[in-house]
Design a protein around this ligand. Structure first.
Ligand SMILES: Cc1cc2nc3c(=O)[nH]c(=O)nc-3n(C[C@H](O)[C@H](O)[C@H](O)COP(=O)(O)OP(=O)(O)OC[C@H]3O[C@@H](n4cnc5c(N)ncnc54)[C@H](O)[C@@H]3O)c2cc1C
Length: 451
């Protein structure tokens, strides 16, 4: 008797496809054998410690909030123990200082299990990267003990505003649309305004549990004066329990349920010491936001989208091995083999491209800094190609699996809900295309606009 659908769907951790193993898929032009061993270790950890709990990250079919939060915090704490949150922290502060390519391979491997958890790890990398770019040794020394210690902390970067996230990410508008302001008052900055969507966000006590020590706070994009454009923008650290911070309830959304926990943030005369302005030189704030936050954020998204796509391919490979059509496994029939081959081809092209761009980013002396329009174009191309790949792989995969793919037990429906926002955040899928064109023949402005 053939396996029941539910049994077939349990077999979702694939049998080991050599082409998908780290030793085959990660190119030695960009990394060493030893670095590939790191990716293998992470992959083994993911298969054992994360894959079995994928449903629990959303609280199971009934979306049990407590189960979801417990699972998110517990698995995140395991990742902190494993050391993945400190991979871009300099060694001087107890970090691992891995090469960007290695961090991206880890990013890909984690996203096979859950792109939300991988993103949660990435929040720590984001804030560290901004402080490293600004050469803020004092801030690194202040935050490092909580990043490398026994404790597990989360963090958030707040960019998006109610007038439209893509406005902030639009180089043609030069940060003049920003409405969150930071005004100098003696030894402080006073922050006012409203952000939408930053995650994880909420009152500080929501981020204390058995497994989570707390929230490191909000690295907030704000302007001293919108009329100053790029010269006014800065990155301001706001502690999670700063007086004057108010939050909405977390949004209900399609995916990323509790790994992100997004909400409105209102800054009402929030006072922070001057040293919490991360950028220190004129124009550096704009470079950090355009480069370390937007361009590198998109590049990290590319690796995550590839990891997610590979997980979907593995599910479909297993299903099509077991689903028999007139005596022959589905995947051995040419029509279906052709689809599986196209899915693999897109994934590997997306992977090789993001690895190449990541390697180029690690050589700013040759290719330019992350905020140059050329590097931003490449990071945007990597993310948009990986986003289109995830779209193709999820869609095609579900068509190949039919109702079995649509079923909760397949996991595919969750991957399909999750990939979409990683394709869209940090400005949107169209913003990626515009930034690629800007790299070729920009800068250009909106016709008829005086901003
Ligand atoms: C799960 C989740 C997590 C998120 N996490 C964070 C976070 O941690 N921090 C944070 O700050 N934000 C976060 N966001 C917000 C996200 O980055 C924004 O939604 C995104 O940048 C797009 O902004 P918007 O939704 O306001 O779309 P809009 O700006 O309203 O744009 C809508 C669409 O129109 C197009 N568009 C509009 N204007 C332009 C333009 N000028 N140039 C090009 N295209 C344009 C784009 O395609 C865009 O997708 C998160 C969102 C989600 C759903």
């Amino acid at each position: 008797m053939s396996a029941q659908p539910a049994e077939r769907l349990q077999q979702t951790v694939a049998e080991g496809y050599r082409l998908l193993e780290p030793a085959q898929k990660y190119t030695r032009a960009f990394c060493t054998d030893e670095e590939i061993t790191i990716a293998e270790t992470i992959r083994a950890f993911v298969n054992k410690e994360l894959m079995p709990y994928r449903h629990d990250l959303e609280g199971g079919w009934h979306r049990d909030e407590q189960l979801a939060k417990d699972t998110v915090h517990r698995l995140y704490a395991k990742l902190v123990d494993l050391g993945v949150t400190r991979t871009n922290l300099p060694e001087a502060y107890g970090g691992l200082a891995y090469a960007p390519v290695v961090r991206q391979m880890i990013n890909e491997e984690l996203s096979r299990a859950d792109i939300g958890l991988a993103t949660k790890v990435g929040k720590i990398h984001w804030i560290v990267s901004c402080m490293v770019t600004a050469k803020r040794d004092d801030l690194l020394a202040e935050f490092a003990p909580r990043i490398v210690g026994e404790e597990s902390w989360t963090a958030c970067v707040a960019i998006t505003e109610p007038h439209g996230g893509a406005n902030v990410e639009d180089p043609a508008q030069g940060f003049r649309s920003l409405e969150v302001t930071a005004k100098e008052e003696g030894e402080h900055y006073v922050i006012n305004g409203h952000k939408l969507w930053p995650g994880p966000s909420g009152y500080a006590d929501k981020f204390r549990s058995k497994h989570l020590t707390g929230h490191l706070g909000y690295w907030t994009v704000a302007t001293t004066d919108p009329r100053l454009g790029p010269d006014g923008v800065g990155l301001f650290h706001v502690p999670a329990d700063a007086p004057g911070l108010e939050f909405s309830n977390p949004y209900q959304k399609m995916g990323f349920s509790w790994t992100e926990s997004n909400s409105d943030i209102w800054f009402k005369d929030v006072k922070i010491p001057k040293r919490y302005r991360v950028d220190t030189e004129r124009g550096q704030g704009a470079n950090i936001v355009s480069g370390s936050i937007i361009a590198l954020g998109r590049l990290a998204g590319a690796a995550r989208l590839v990891g997610l796509s590979e997980a979907v391919l593995e599910i479909v490979l297993e299903f099509s091995k077991n689903r028999v059509i007139a005596g022959t496994p589905m995947r051995e029939r040419s029509l279906f083999a052709n689809h599986l081959a196209e899915m693999y081809r897109a994934i590997d092209i997306a992977r090789q491209y993001y690895l190449s761009v990541t390697w180029q980013v690690s050589r700013p002396d040759i290719y330019g800094a992350p905020w140059t329009k050329e590097i931003k174009a490449k990071c945007s191309a990597a993310r948009s190609y990986a986003g289109d790949t995830a779209e193709l792989v999820c869609n095609r995969g579900m068509e190949l699996m039919g109702s079995a793919g649509y079923a909760y037990e397949s996991h595919l429906e969750k991957y399909m809900r999750d990939y979409k926002i990683v394709q869209m955040w940090l400005g949107g899928a169209q913003r990626d295309r515009l930034d690629i064109a800007q790299g070729l023949y920009g800068p250009f402005k909106w016709a008829g606009s005086d901003v």
